[in-house]
Structure formats: C-alpha cells, structure tokens
Design a protein around this ligand. Structure first.
Ligand code: MGD
Ligand code: SF4
Length: 751
C-alpha cells in the first residue's frame, strides 16, 4: 500500500562515477524514495547509502529558489528577476571583454554538470566570447588519468569496463579506497572473490582502509613511493620472464623522455634493473618486503585476467601521469589487456567527468569530441559544425584550474561563472585562492542548488534545477552514457542550466552587438526547456561533433537511450550498435565497430586512438619521483586527504540529509596509535594539524589506518576549522596540471 500512487522514473545516480542506474519514486509531484534497477549492468539493482539517500536533499529548505544579487561582496543579497539577473551577468561579462579582452572572462564547471550543460557553456565561451578559459573540477581528479591514457594507449578513457570485474582473477587496487568511494563496484569485486576463492586482491596503499580488508596482500608504504613499487613489479616480471613478448612486440613500443623517443626492450630492461624489489622495499619503507613485491608481481602477471583499479591516490600526485603510465606498463608487458577479465581501469570520481567534461570539451585544452584546441584542423571542424566563421575559436588553450584561480588572484580575470562546484572549499591551499574570489573587481556568478562556501564570494547566485528536475546525460567511468529524464519540477524559480546559458547568451549577443554569439544558441531558440532543449543540444553534439571520433555517439540518441536500461558505451556510431549496448571493449575487432572500420591490418586489436600515430601502445620509462613537499624536522608528518562512504565532496548535498549527517557529522584526524602515543594524543583529543599554508583543529581518531608518520583527514567538512584544503598544497603535476591533494607535510599536536 505504501507504493500506491508512486511513479518510478528511471535515471542515473547523482553522486559518484560508478553511474548506478536508479529510479526516483514520485508521488503527488514530490520525491518519496529511490531504488536500484535490477536489470542494469552497472549495479544490478544495488545502491549505496549515500546514493539511496541523496533524493532527501531535493526539497530541503535551503534550496536556492530565486536569483540573488549584490553589487558589492560586502553587501547583502536581494532577490531579483531572471531577466534582471541575466542582464547583469551579460553586462558584466561584456564589460570585462570590452575593457580587458576576451581572456578576462572564464567558466569553471563540473564533472557533475550534465553533458548538455557543459557543451552549451563551452560553446558560448569559445565560439561566442572567443576564449578557451573553460575549465572544470575534473582537473582536480581525472586529468592525470587522461594524461596516462593518452600517453600510454593513444586515446583517453578505459579500454574495458565493469564487465571485466566478473571475469577477473586478480584485482590490483592501488591508490583507491574503492569500498568507500565506489561502493557498488566494490560489492562486485567482493562478490567475485567470495564466489571464487582463488581470486586474488592486492591493495597498494599507505592507509589501511575498508578496501584493504578484503585484500590477500595489503602493501602499506610511505606516501609517494608507489612509482618505485610499480617499477619493481616490472623488474620481477622481466627477471622471471612473466611477460608476454608476443603481445608487446606486436602491439607496443618503448618510450622515454619529453621527446617520446623510441627505445629498445633492452634499454627498458636496463632502466627497470635499477628497481630490484629489495631496493624498492627500502624506498617504500613501512611493512613492505621484497618478497611481497615479488609475490604480487607474480599474481598480477600469471592470473587468467588482471584488472587494475585506481583513483585519486594515483591521480592527485605531482607525478600522477607517470604513475598512471607505470600501471599501464604492467598490463602491456604481461598482455593483461583486451582479453576478458583484464583491464587497466581508472575509476572516475564524478558522475559525468568522463562524459560531459572529457568528451564534451569541458577543459581548457580540449574541444568536444576529444579534439585538441591547439590543432587548427580540429578547431575548424568545430567552427563548421557550429556554423560560425573560421578562426573564431582562439588557438591558445585557456587557463587550467590552478592557473585560472591564480589569474583571479592576480586580477587578470574580471568575470567568472562558477557552475555546479565549490572551489572555495575544493581547491588545495584554498585560503590563498579565496583571497582572489573576495576581490571586489572580480565579478562572480555562481549557479548552484544550495548556498556553499563559494556562494559567499558571489555577486550573483543563480538557482538551478537539480538532478531529476531536468533532463540530460551523464557518462560514467566505463564510457557509458545514461539519460535521466525530468521527473519533477524544480522548486521556486530554479531553472535548468541549459535555459540559463541560452538566455544569457542572447543578452550577451545584444550587449556586445555580436551576431556570432547569437548564432551559438540560435539552433535552440524557443525550445521547451524540460526535454526538447537538452535533446537538441545532445543531438548537435553527438551528430555533428562525435562522428568519426573515438567517442562516436551518433547511435546513442535520446530515443535509444530511453530504451536502454543502462545506457550505451561508446563508440556507438550506429543505432543498431547502440541498441546492443555499444562497445564493451574498445580496440577489439568484432566488438568495436571503429576497430573494424579503422583497421590497417588483420590483427585482432587496432589502436586507432588519435594521439599515437604509430598506432601502438607505449611502455614508458618513468623513474620514482618524490612528492613536492616531503616531511622534515619542522613538519614531520605526511598529510593525506580523501573521501568517506557517507559523504559527497563538499557535503552541500549529503550534509543536508539527516541520516548521512548523523552517520558522520564532522571531520576528524586519523592518526596511527604509535604516533599518538609519542605525541600524548588520546582518542577524541582535539588536535591541531598545521602546514606552511594553514591549520585545522579536529578531534583525533587513534586508529591503525594510516601508516606511522602519516595522518589522514576526510575533506568533506565545510566548517572553517575543519576545512582541510586550508592545509593542503597546491603543487601540480607538470603534465596534467592536477594538484597533489594526496600528499603534503604537516605538524600535529594536541591542543
Ligand atoms: P561538490 O560538493 O561536488 O564539490 O569539489 P566540488 O566540485 O567543489 O560541488 C558540487 C556543487 O554542485 C555543490 O555545491 C552542489 O550543491 C551543486 N549542485 C548539485 N547539483 C547541481 C546542479 O544540478 N546544478 C548546479 N549548478 N549545481 C548543482 C570536487 C573536487 O574536489 C574534486 S572533483 C576532486 S576529485 C577533489 N578531491 C579532493 C580530495 O580528494 N581531497 C581534497 N583535500 N580536496 C579535494 N578537492 C577536489
Ligand atoms: Fe550512487 Fe556511486 Fe553509490 Fe552507485 S556507488 S549509488 S553511483 S554514490
């Protein structure tokens, strides 16, 4: 009877990158529950606790419902109409462009915005306002994985997907607390192991986490030493001849240095000879022995199928791209790739970091369809698709995230639109960048569903529709695009972003007297915002800009996505292929239509990715490299930060769900019992965690999680005393520009 009158609306989960297929229950126009979809191959009906509860924040009293404006950041917000709000936003951006040039404006978006939203924002910024200052928070999580895939496999995004989990015999989980950050996938790994006791799980992580608890071997080492581990595993694979010579001599070459110089297998062997397990174990410290390294290398190489899984412990590092390369190396050397149950699978943090941002042109150097900004031919293809003059998109990539907020600090950016993200809390060393956000000469628009630490710096706050209050596509970890249809109305005057951008662009066009800006949104004029508008945007993107690209999505129309229980994995160039679910494994002839159409030989695997002209996989010579900031006499501890199971990022959503807040109401610092004893810290004592940049005061959790000499704090808490990004360091990977959230030096004392 409780089910009476409830209609269930299919969509995907709002939160993490697993992309669970769910249904929202709606009764009398209000959300009343959420359940998994048993037919969905992403999650087989399971959802985790935060996924199950997120709908409870949909009607929270804090929801933003009217546009709010204040001239000065010290002033008080007042409600204004949409017309007035968009007029102000257009005037301020137009003024900045006129007075300071096109690169004085910027868009900073999110791997949680729908693909249609990211696509339209970047179209107006690049094609209309002629700036590539288009960035997003995936720079903070996925950029190193992108760099790794491009440099190792020649194409971004993984080859396989979740299907491999049920076929794998060895899981190599490194730098990922899958149990808490990707719980439903972790359940699949656990199930696989419980059903098949011969399956091995290796966990490589400086912290004993919930994930480590199912590991056959947990390698616990000093933060920042896993490049030595990965090279030492390659050493064992070579020493014991566990490699698959026929695989790598057919499909791979060996590369080194900035010049990407090709070298011989012998030279690679010489390089790896510098990492005998005994030496690596000494570098890694902790409890790792040479025998451990030998054993895990054997498991990895000799299993019938090995899947590696990693996230931010590898990506958020000064040498994140290198660490990604070294994982891929192991797969290429051993041929643990492309066959069932074998893959090098980077897990995405956010629900649409792959889809909307990596594929849709949401970063400063890429255009939709994995096109590089700096390539004229590719820019021209986009200009042609948009019907705008050739040469309209500038050739220079815009600011990457940390450069963008440094430019805000320096007053070089005069107007910035922040959508679906809260950099005032999520940027490393945030105190420094918040000074820029506070500048009166920087006009800030925030579009969000709730007030956040970032809206505190805004001039204009625009209330947006939430998930299930609008229609659009998310693309999860495994190249899978899933449609969520609008099921309920947003509260008050909140509007979908696609409507907001379209109306803003029209006003911009008239203020700057520029018909090309109007042209960017003309194809969408007059379309109803709940379904027709996002569908038209999706059509333009997929039909005009993915055709023939490695993420070809032409077959995945809204009509097809509505029919599919769990969406479509690209490439899906035709309707027929999309209706079969798309491509489970890229590059495999007979499975991937592009591997067939792009084939240049009879070989079963065809690496058609755009970045490697030789159409080969590349094994890289990458040395061990220390983090930017090492502990020293003054700051003797490593600090690491990450997620916990109950919360999502800045807690703007999960912090407003009573069940989740009760489960974990505030951040604490995890400290190893031996360190706690030395410092006289007992459980629950208030502890100061201080770096060269800032300080937090938090209760202590004395726990054998972090290795000795390391402390861990979850980063979700918004409280000014417990916002750990005041303490973290803004060092970045020189290749991917991703910050090293995972490692910096701190001192710790009881207060
Ligand atoms: P979120 O809380 O996900 O954090 O950091 P953020 O992106 O800043 O912000 C999403 C915002 O979108 C919320 O304010 C929410 O209210 C709003 N929102 C929800 N739905 C909608 C919608 O439909 N439309 C609009 N316009 N807004 C909506 C994430 C970032 O943080 C990332 S991606 C990573 S990987 C980093 N991880 C990390 C870490 O591991 N450690 C530390 N110390 N810091 C980190 N920061 C990074
Ligand atoms: Fe949502 Fe991720 Fe949980 Fe699945 S695992 S229900 S996608 S938060």
């Amino acid at each position: 009877r409780a089910e009476e009158g409830i209609r269930w609306h299919r969509g995907s989960c709002r939160l993490c990158g697993v992309g669970c297929r769910v249904e929202l229950g709606v009764k009398n126009g209000q959300p009343v529950g959420l359940r998994g979809v048993p037919q969905a191959r992403t999650n087989f009906g399971y959802v985790c606790m935060k996924g199950m509860h997120f709908w409870k924040c949909m009607r929270h009293a804090d929801r933003l419902t009217r546009p709010l404006y204040r001239e000065k950041k010290t002033g008080t917000f007042r409600e204004i109409s949409w017309d007035k709000a968009l007029d102000i936003a257009a005037s301020k951006f137009a003024e900045a462009v006129t007075a300071h040039g096109n690169d004085s404006v910027a868009y900073y978006g999110s791997g949680q915005a729908l693909t249609e939203e990211t696509y339209l924002f970047q179209k107006v910024m690049r094609g209309g306002l002629q700036t590539n200052n288009v960035e997003g928070n995936p720079r903070l999580c996925m950029a190193s994985a992108v760099g790794g895939y491009l440099t190792s496999f020649g194409a971004d995004e993984p080859i396989g997907g979740y299907d491999d989990l049920e076929k794998a015999y060895c899981f190599f989980i490194i730098g990922s607390n899958t149990a808490e950050a990707h719980p439903v996938l972790f359940r699949r790994i656990m199930r696989r192991k419980l059903d098949n006791p011969e399956v091995k799980v290796i966990n490589a992580d400086p912290r004993l986490s919930q994930t480590s608890r199912i590991a056959d071997k947990h390698l616990q080492f000093k933060p920042g030493t896993d490049l030595a581990l990965l090279n030492a595993m390659a050493y064992v694979i070579i020493e014991e001849k566990l490699y698959d010579q026929s695989f790598f001599s057919t499909y791979a070459t060996f590369r080194k240095g900035k010049e990407k110089k090709e070298v011989s297998f012998d030279e690679y062997k010489k390089f790896v000879a510098d990492y005998p397990p005994e030496k690596a174990a000494r570098i890694m410290g902790g409890k790792v022995t040479a025998d451990d390294i030998r054993e895990v290398a054997r498991w990895f190489a000799t299993s019938k199928g090995t899947v590696s899984l990693w996230t931010m412990g590898i990506n958020q590092r000064k040498r994140g791209v290198w660490a990604n390369n070294l994982i891929h190396n192991l797969h290429i050397l051993t041929g643990q790739l492309l066959k069932p149950g074998a893959d090098s699978l980077s897990l995405t943090g956010q629900p649409n970091a792959c889809g909307g941002v990596r594929e849709g042109g949401g970063l400063c150097h890429i255009l939709p369809g994995h096109r590089l900004v700096k390539k004229e031919k590719l820019r021209n293809q986009v200009e042609e698709a948009w019907g705008i003059p050739k040469g309209r998109i500038p050739p220079k990539p815009g600011y990457h995230t940390m450069a963008m907020f440094s430019a805000v600090n320096a007053g070089k950016i005069k107007a910035i639109w922040i959508n679906c993200t809260s950099p005032a809390q999520s940027l490393p060393n945030c105190n420094l960048y918040n000074k820029g956000l506070a500048r009166e000469d920087v006009f800030i628009v925030c579009s969000d569903i709730f007030p956040t630490r970032t809206t505190e710096y805004a001039n204009l706050i625009l209330p947006t529709a939430f998930h299930f209050e609008k229609t659009g596509v998310y693309g999860c970890t495994e190249r899978r695009s899933q449609l969520t249809r609008k099921a309920i109305d947003p509260p008050g005057d909140a509007k979908p972003e696609v409507w907001i951008v379209r109306e803003w662009a029209k006003k911009l066009a008239s203020k700057l007297n520029d018909p090309v800006i109007a042209q960017c949104v003309k194809p969408f004029d007059g379309l109803e915002e709940g379904y027709e508008l996002p569908r038209a945007i999706w059509n333009e993107y997929t039909q005009k800009l993915t055709k023939g690209r490695d993420n070809d999505l032409q077959g995945a129309t809204y009509e097809v996505l509505e029919q599919m229980y769990d969406g479509v994995q690209w490439p899906a160039p035709t309707r027929a292929h999309a209706l079969k679910g798309g491509t489970v494994k890229k590059f495999v002839r007979g499975m991937d239509p592009m591997a067939d159409s792009e084939a240049t030989s009879d070989l079963p695997y065809q690496f058609y990715g755009p970045a490697h002209k030789d159409r080969k996989l590349w094994v890289w010579l990458r040395p061990q490299a220390d983090p930017e900031e090492m502990p020293d006499a003054e700051y003797p501890f490593y600090l690491s930060t990450g997620r916990i199971i109950d919360h999502w990022h800045t807690m703007s959503m999960t912090g407003r769900v009573p069940e989740l807040l009760r489960a974990n109401p505030y951040a604490y610092v995890e400290i190893n019992p031996n360190d706690a004893k030395k410092l006289g810290i007992k459980p629950g004592d208030m502890v100061e965690v201080r770096s060269r940049r800032g300080v937090n005061v938090l209760p202590a959790k004395v726990y054998e999680g972090p290795i000795e000499g390391m402390v861990f704090v979850y980063w979700h808490d918004q409280h000014p005393e417990r916002m750990i990004n005041k303490v973290t360091k803004d060092a970045i990977d020189p290749g991917s520009k991703e910050p090293e959230f995972k490692i910096c030096a701190v001192k710790v004392k009881r207060v």
